[in-house]
Design a protein around this ligand. Sequence first.
Ligand code: SAH
Length: 369
Amino acid sequence: MTDSAPKVNLLGMPIEKLEAFFLSIGEKSFRAKQVMKWIHHFGVSDFNDMTDLGKALRQKLSDIAEIRGPEVVYEGISKDGTRKWLVKVEGGSSVETVLIPEGNRATLCVSSQAGCILDCSFCSTGKQGFNRNLTAAEIIGQVWIASQAVTKKQGANDQAITNVVMMGMGEPLLNFDNVVDAIHIMMQDWGYGISKRRVTLSTAGVVPALDQLREVLDISLAISLHAPNDELRNQLVPLNKKYPIKELFAACHRYLEVMGERRVITVEYTLISGVNDRPEHARELVKVLRELPCKVNLIPFNPFSLSDYKRSSRNAVKAFQDILIAAGYTATIRSTRGDDIDAACGQLVGQVEDRTRRNSRYIDAANIG
Ligand code: SAH
């Protein structure tokens, strides 16, 4: 027998697409819910283990479909409990996924692209260049892998991932359809059942895509601001030249309408010593944010080898926060987690183009096991 057509991967299909798939092969649509539960609730990838499907259907599915996630090539656990997976996606690139346990929460930071075209001046992912968009299966596959790892460790079947942030490698709004499919799976009952408040998409501000998002998804939104004016933001986030702060805020307002009145946008602000962390920047930020219902998350810059930037001192971070708080804002400082395994914000580099130098340690670690 010769090899037939490539198998359809069911991993990245939200319920509507899986139902359509079952109808297209002459089966009842309720099969979709059964299969989705096996995949996402129980981590099953072999149709033969799906015991509530008849034998003939199991065989049929094995012939034409598959459940295939990305392959884990390295796994690290930090002193502080943060876990990181380097997963290989089709085409040879790898991306990173980070799980951050905190009290009774566990937040998974998920990547959406292999590399990134935005090239923000302070982000290591951008320095890797861009390879390609991840498929929906590769995006939800990261949740699938982490979820199985955590469940195994605890020896229980409860869902240990409580929150997901699309803050890993890449700009999620530049991989729109696949990100939306994956987020639907995160939120659907037959997937991971995570509530809309606990799924956050972070964007550098792709305005038209943000408007499109409003039509299809009500989730939590974070914007990467990093500067209180266009002149400085143009230097840090080049995308600002295309979509300046005013336009970005207008799009945020339009998004807030779907989020309902209780909700706010998270403004991310990476503090880089001497660049955007002075008291006058904080005071300017206070003014600029007046119009936007928001809370501010300050991220002390995480250094990496290709950058000359320095992290702001503790005093500078605190002083910046104090100015925001005095003006009535909620302003938190994101604690640096997992930096001993390069899992902190902006340290996620995966293995996009340069496969030999900076990332060789992952490969070594994977080989040594
Ligand atoms: N492209 C999306 C999501 C990825 S980055 C976005 O821009 O929002 C997630 C967050 O980490 C962003 O706010 C990003 O600006 C920030 N970040 C990137 N590099 C960093 C670094 N070296 N130190 C601290 N924060 C960084």
